[in-house]
Each structure stands twice: as C-alpha cells, then as structure tokens.
Write a protein that binds this ligand. Structure first.
Ligand code: ATP
Length: 385
C-alpha cells in the first residue's frame, strides 16, 4: 500500500496529526450489556455476559481468538441480534426480546481492522458518507474539520488506494468520529499496522477518543494494547466474561491462571501449601490462610528474579543467554526445579553460559493459585521468607 515515503510512515502514519483538543465532542452514553447470550448453530459464542460502559469510558474486550469478542461488538452495533439478554443505551433498550433499534439509529461509530474505506469514493466523500443527513455545506465543514484533526486534509481529493495503511486508518478514524457517535465500537483497529506505527496511531486515537468523549468498546487480543488503551479491561474466554477491572487490577490480581498467563510469561512451580505457607526452591511464600492447604501453583514472572551479589538468594546456572539490548533473557538450571527457569534481567547484565548467579524474588511478580481450583489465593500477599 501507499504513496508516502516509508520514513514518514514509520514516524507518524503519514504527515503530522492535527492539533489536540480540536475533535468535535459528543454527549457520551452509558452502554449496558445485560445477560447477553448468542448462539451460532450449536456454538455458544457468547454466554451470559453482563458489562457496563460508563459515559466516556474506554473498555477493552480482551481474549484469545474465538472467545466471542467480535460477536459482542456486533451485537452492540446491531449487526447481530442476541438470542437472550438486553442491550441498553443510556437506559433505553436497543436490543432485547421485544426491542431492536437498527444500526443506523444507534448513534454508534464503527471501526474495523480492514479500514473498509469505499474504494470508489474520494477521501473527503468517504468521510462525508456518514453525514448524508446534513446539508452539504455543513457536512463539508464537519468532514474537513475531522480530516484536519487526523492530519489528512491534503488527501481530500485522493482515493483510498494511494494511501498507506497508517493513512487509511486515520481516514477511517475521521469517518467514524465525524457523525459524533456517543459510542465507538472498534474491532482490532490497529492490528494491520506495524509495531512502531501502531504505537503512534494508538496514542493519537486515544487522544481523539478522549476529546470526543465518546464511550468506546475496543476489541483486541493484545494485552499490551488493552493495557495501553483501556480504563478497564474485560477479559473473555470461551464466550464468558472472566474478569473486569483496571489494567492494574487485572495484571496484578488476575482471576485465574489462564488470565495471568494471557498477560505475561511465567515460571510455573507446583508446591504443597502447609499452614498457609508454600515452600519452593526460591524460598517460602505466604498463601492466604483462609483457604485450605493443598497443592499450590506458584507463578513467578521472569522479571521477578532479581540478581543479587553475595551469598544470599537462590543459585542458578546459566543455560542460555539472549541479549535484547534493554534486557537480557536467561534460561537457568535451578536445583529443585524440573524445568529451566526464565529470568529477565537488565541489559547491563550479560553472563556467560555455565556461570552461576544468585537471585532473590520480587514478591510483586509472584502469584499463587490453588492447583485444584485455578483461582487466585492471596496472590498479592505472596512474600518470600
Ligand atoms: P477473533 O479474535 O478471532 O475475531 P473473537 O473473540 O472475536 O475471535 P468471534 O468472532 O466473536 O470471536 O467468534 C466467536 C465464535 O463464534 C468463534 O468460534 C467463531 O468461529 C464463531 N462465529 C463467529 N461468527 C460466526 C458466524 N457468523 N457463524 C458461525 N459461527 C460464527
């Protein structure tokens, strides 16, 4: 794709974005999902999901492929009708057993991964498309202002095929915001962009969403993207809502092992808990004593292994070294651990294979779960004795 030179494309997705604070604002709405279930044939794609977006809130639906994120978004858009449950916009039913407001009357803006610009329309006409109810002069003024805000005014008369991916994304954003939707629904909007460009486009999109004050439901399978964008993250798995919370809550206190592992790579140890304490080769951790003792899963993030000097700490033999510049990834042989242990240490530390090192554990990077239930037990209470 694209006519723009690659240096500009990498830096900002084209030329400069417009001044911040100039996107037209809307009256944000409260979007509520109540006990939504949706079935395709025999497949329950969404199962009893309840979720509420406060006005102006950005909620990211996060989960692996096929967990029902897009289905939920399509239901909010009005493209699918749920088999049971209700969708409300500011308390009014827009989808239920007895009500159905068609997509074009919901005041929602849509943005999808493939941008979906009309190839036969100019950039300006693409953006004006959503303003067919306005007088042409008004529509022109609004569309031009939106294009200015995303920094794409100079392409008004061009057609989509001459634009790069980043530029098409910006036009798609202008087209989505120009009717001033109360709710924006975005499905993997940045996944077609390369990583550095994605960060710029994400940052600018976030600024524009805040300016418009629209509530936003954004689908992603990328935990970093969710943490970057979201006020709250709704974690989905197999059609169910597993957990909802701020990025900090979901990352630090995940509801279960699968959620924890979705956000981060872990070392996984299994050890018995006795009297609320779990002994591992890295020391003893305190579990929540209100729960019964039993086999416990101890998850330790690679960055939770902190190299120490002197004679304290657990000893490991360096098996593999991967230098990444700002960090070094180590694979370690540790007495008492069946599998190699992963450590992520500062890039200033680059040991040789076969060297021995000592590590203490940062308790902020330890999570404990009872092996049977796979639900967290006092993960934030974990400490090393
Ligand atoms: P992805 O990230 O891959 O898009 P997702 O989490 O958005 O996944 P959905 O697209 O909502 O998941 O799909 C949920 C399940 O429903 C999947 O198993 C999918 O194959 C199935 N599904 C989705 N749309 C249809 C359809 N129109 N007909 C039949 N099955 C469908």
């Amino acid at each position: 794709m694209g006519s723009i030179d690659s240096e500009q494309e990498t830096a900002s997705g084209g030329s400069d974005w417009g001044p911040r604070g100039t996107a037209a604002a809307t009256f944000a709405a409260r979007l509520s999902f109540e006990n939504i279930t949706h079935v395709y044939g025999d497949l329950e794609a969404v199962r009893d999901v309840s979720l509420e977006l406060a006005p102006g809130e950005i909620v990211c639906l996060l989960g692996p492929s096929g967990c029902g994120k897009t289905t939920l978004l399509r239901i909010a858009a009005g493209v699918e009708r749920p088999q049971s449950g209700r969708i409300l916009l500011n308390g009014s039913e827009i989808a239920s057993a007895s009500a159905f407001v068609p997509p074009e009357r919901r005041n929602v803006g849509l943005m999808f991964q493939d941008f979906a610009l009309f190839p036969h329309l100019t950039i300006l006409d693409n953006v004006m498309f959503g303003l067919r109810n306005l007088e042409r002069a008004d529509a022109l003024r609004e569309a031009q202002a939106a294009l200015r805000r995303v920094g794409m005014s100079q392409y008004e008369k061009s057609y989509p095929h001459v634009l790069s991916g980043g530029e098409q994304q910006r036009v798609a954003l202008a087209r989505a915001i120009v009717p001033r939707p109360a709710v924006m629904l975005m499905d993997e909007p940045f996944s077609g962009l390369d990583q550095r460009l994605r960060e710029v486009v994400r940052e600018e999109t976030l600024a524009i969403l805040r300016e418009t004050r629209a509530s936003c439901l954004l689908v992603t399978h990328d935990p970093v993207e969710a943490m970057w964008m979201a006020d709250r993250i709704a974690v989905m798995r197999e059609g169910r809502l597993v957990q909802i919370g701020t990025p900090t809550q979901v990352y630090r206190a995940p509801a279960d092992i699968s959620t924890a592992k979705f956000f981060c790579d872990f070392n996984e140890l299994i050890a018995p808990a006795r009297a609320g304490k779990v002994s591992t080769p890295f020391g003893t951790f305190k579990a929540d004593t209100r729960k019964e003792d039993g086999s416990t899963v101890v998850l330790i993030r690679p960055q939770g292994l902190v190299p120490t000097t002197g004679k304290t700490g657990t000893q490991g033999t360096v098996l593999e070294v991967r230098y990444l510049g700002d960090a070094t990834l180590l694979s370690l042989g540790v007495h008492g651990c069946e599998r190699p242990i992963k450590a992520r240490v500062p890039g200033s530390i680059v040991p040789q294979k076969g060297e021995t090192m000592r590590f203490k554990i940062d308790p902020d990077h330890v999570l404990l779960f009872p092996a049977a239930s796979a639900t967290a037990i006092g993960a934030r209470d974990g400490y090393q004795e």
